[in-house]
Design a protein around this ligand. Sequence first.
Ligand code: SAM
Ligand code: SF4
Length: 322
Amino acid sequence: MGQVVDYLRLSVTDRCNYRCVYCMPPEGVPFKSHEELLSYEDMVFFVRAAVQMGISKVRVTGGEPLVRRGLPDLIGMLHDMPQIHDVSLTTNGVLLPRFVRDLKQQGLDRVNISLDSLDSGRYRALTRGGSLEAALSGIEAALQFDLSPVKLNAVMMPELLAELPDFVSLTKDRPLHVRFIEWMPVGGCGPRSTSESLSKDQVMAALRELGADGSGPLEPVPSPGGWGPAHYFRFPGHQGTLGFIGSVSDHFCGECNRLRLTADGRLKNCLFSCDEIEVKSALQSRDEAAVLAAIEESLERKTFDRNMLPGHTARGMSQVGG
Ligand code: SAM
Ligand code: SF4
């Protein structure tokens, strides 16, 4: 294993206030009981061990992390660790206005907010009931409290093409960084045929056409905030950028620097792998040697040959931590 693994995806819950069509089946997924989940203290114990193995950045995710009570306290505990240089959060944004002040005060560095559509009807359909207005308020809150760079995640589905001009406009006067993500087959979800999804090349071609129609040529730019799997572009004079994550068409496993801890205490070294190591009991008994051994084993077993066959992975994105 050559790649340095320094980035932890820490899932704090499998619960969510949405049921996005690309993430969950319509009936939702059975949630774990509170007793099955790690406590914040267990998670902090894990991160203290993980920093000894090279972890220096933590992204808090879920499910929807802001539905778990007391999340700002966890952010504060992570921020207080001198070896952790970057604490970020992935959220659907609807609860951000309520918690943003506390999150910032506790040391949250930046956020990624999911925003798959700028049309309120389509947004509601994609999230199965969500409010575009609430998500936009979350984005405003993130800008106001400088949780930057503020990145917006949009899973690419065919209807996106008609909305591209609106996404481009969003990046014009505000430092917002849209990341178009290919829809991945994870758990029971994923496109059933190529007509249900878009590739990054298709969206890129459509954006270049928009550029030819007047916005000017798309210029490649460095990733806002540093490392990441996305490749970014900007229309001339725009404050924000447009990025692409070819999670299906690109094979970036060789650059993968991530380790994942699920909310129920399982260590995963790849989103597309069924390989999990149970660390909950070692965390609850505060057995640091056992936790270190589990991390070492997980890193050794990181294989970089992902299996993306539909249905291969049992857990959906909300249950792993996207
Ligand atoms: N609830 C939060 C949110 O929606 O941002 C955090 C968890 S969610 C699982 C994290 C990210 O995974 C979101 O940006 C979402 O768009 C993405 N995601 C979920 N299912 C996906 C799939 N099947 N393919 C690609 N991205 C997916
Ligand atoms: Fe919830 Fe995020 Fe999955 Fe949507 S993508 S159902 S908001 S966990």
